[in-house]
Design a protein around this ligand. Structure first.
Ligand code: UDX
Ligand code: UDX
Length: 460
């Protein structure tokens, strides 16, 4: 198989953008073109001012600066990029279906299929098609069937190359991955992709498997990670009633090398575009094979996570004398984790929704999330009218303004800057008693209590 000279990636999102930027950075002799239907997104990727890139990731600007215009290009001309490419990554979104069979659980593969049809229509020479999007197991079968029946004699090899990067540390994860996983049937096609990664990833960290193992491994990795968070969150509730401290429990169990210390932080609940979607997918697949016990087992991870978000909101209401009606709650953080502007499935959205149902006023400050995004997240729920959301929720650019005249402050995201605030100043401008609900256990309880704040963390 000839050496790859041109790579195209369809989908310039949180996955496609950073991944292709690093592949281009590390392979200066390969031309990498990232295309997207969304012209505004492409324009943002091409913005001269690197702080305007559509995805915020520490270190991404440096990578883009090095490669963009040299061998990294962002474009809306999808047909041309497909035509030129020897290898095409599909990195479009696969949201949970909101209609029809599998609604609320199965992945909506309509964009993947559209991509496959477009590739089939445009391609004039043989190509390797790489699934980068997280997909239900055996999606490659559908891709194959569409691509192999074009009737124009073009040959396609299909590979699965799931992404394991975590947002906020995407560049670090791409530069030093624990492993790269490549699944496929054709050894030569697999090798061409191995060669691209082997430029910077040690060979022993590049795992090759069959297609189905690769597809399934991605879902299982996310399900295991999410399960750890739900497990420690379940224990956090038990800690609150028994007098144990969840941080101490997590530390104590994490010291067992078989358990390990990572992913044991109790929180207001996990969010992000992947965990919930991938588990729902796993549950859907299991049920579709009638493996109901398996499905129930994994579904419990989601049930626990929903409970944790609701429990946090309920705790605020209960502590504020059973009513938040007309009270001001300051939200510090809206992103689903620190160091990202991504808000998909963020716990903050659901906690806010719950408090708004009780007619609270919320003022949000997040260092990276725009007001537009916050309102879009709330409107998307469809719980109340957009006008009502704008009446009840205010978004500000200054954390002290957010906490001004608040009855309670709730920490929803673990942004480092929250720890460095002048909490005396915040306390002075709040209603008394002044409550702090730390959904991430990042603030120093004794410091806050000495100031006079009433502090409640998770699992203590
Ligand atoms: C997405 C999926 O959510 C994830 O499961 C998968 O692993 C990778 O792709 P992400 O990059 O975070 O993750 O999604 P998103 O930021 O929504 O980016 C997808 C992009 O694809 C969007 O910019 C969208 O405009 C684009 N797109 C979608 C196309 O260009 N063509 C399409 O037909 C559909
Ligand atoms: C995840 C996987 O980690 C990554 O490998 C995959 O490619 C995509 O999905 P991501 O969703 O970006 O990445 O972030 P992650 O760091 O996994 O956090 C997910 C959620 O879990 C966040 O809301 C985070 O705050 C929460 N979390 C994580 C906890 O509440 N406690 C923890 O100990 C760890």
């Amino acid at each position: 198989m000839k050496k790859i000279k041109n790579i195209t990636c369809i989908g310039a999102g949180y996955v496609g953008g950073p991944t292709m930027s690093v592949i281009a950075q590390k392979n200066p002799d390969i031309k990498v073109t990232v295309v997207d239907l969304n012209a505004a997104r492409i324009a943002a990727w091409n913005h001269e001012d690197l702080s305007k890139l559509p995805v915020y990731e520490p270190g991404l600007d440096e990578v883009v600066k090095e490669a963009r215009g040299r061998n990294l290009f962002f474009s809306t001309d999808v047909d041309r990029a497909i035509d030129e490419a020897d290898m095409i990554f599909i990195s479009v979104n696969t949201p949970t279906k909101t209609y029809g069979k599998g609604k609320g659980q199965a992945a909506d593969l309509k964009y993947i299929e559209l991509c496959a049809r477009q590739i089939a229509r445009v391609a004039k020479n043989d190509k390797i098609v790489v699934e980068k999007s997280t997909l239900p197991v055996r999606t490659a079968e559908a891709l194959k069937s569409i691509l192999h029946n074009t009737g124009n004699g073009v040959k396609f090899h299909i590979l699965s190359n799931p992404e394991f990067l975590a947002e906020g540390t995407a560049i670090q994860d791409l530069h030093h991955p624990d492993r790269v996983l490549i699944g496929g049937e054709n050894p030569e096609a697999i090798q061409t992709l191995v060669d691209i990664y082997a430029v910077w990833v040690p060979k022993e960290n590049i795992i090759t498997t069959n297609l189905w193992s690769s597809e399934l491994s991605k879902l299982v990795a996310n399900a295991f990670l999410a399960q750890r968070v739900s497990s420690i969150n379940a224990i956090s509730e038990l800690c609150e009633v028994t007098g144990a401290d969840v941080n101490e429990v997590a530390y104590a169990i994490g010291k067992d090398s078989r358990i390990g210390p990572k992913f044991l932080k109790a929180s207001v609940g996990f969010g992000g575009s992947c965990f919930q979607k991938d588990i729902l997918n796993l549950v859907y697949i299991a049920r579709s094979y009638n493996l109901n016990k398996v499905a129930d087992y994994w579904e419990q991870v989601i049930i626990m996570n929903d409970h944790q978000k609701e429990r946090f909101a309920d705790k605020i209401i209960k502590t504020l004398y059973n009513t938040v009606n007309g009270k001001n709650i300051a939200f510090l953080g809206w992103a689903f984790k620190k160091d990202t502007n991504d808000t998909r499935e963020s716990a903050a959205i659901y906690v806010a929704d719950h408090l708004l149902e009780e007619e609270a006023f919320i003022t949000v400050y997040d260092p990276k999330v725009s007001a537009e995004q916050i309102y879009a997240d709330l409107d998307y729920l469809g719980t109340r009218s957009p006008e009502e959301n704008r009446r009840l929720v205010k978004v500000v650019n200054d954390p002290y303004e957010a906490c001004q005249q608040a009855h309670a402050v709730a920490v929803l995201t673990e942004w480092d800057e929250f720890k460095t605030y002048d909490w005396q100043r915040i306390y002075d401008n709040m209603y008394k008693p002044a409550f702090v609900f730390d959904g991430r256990n990042i603030l120093d309880k004794s410091v806050l209590e000495n100031i006079g704040l009433v502090y409640q963390g998770i699992g203590k």
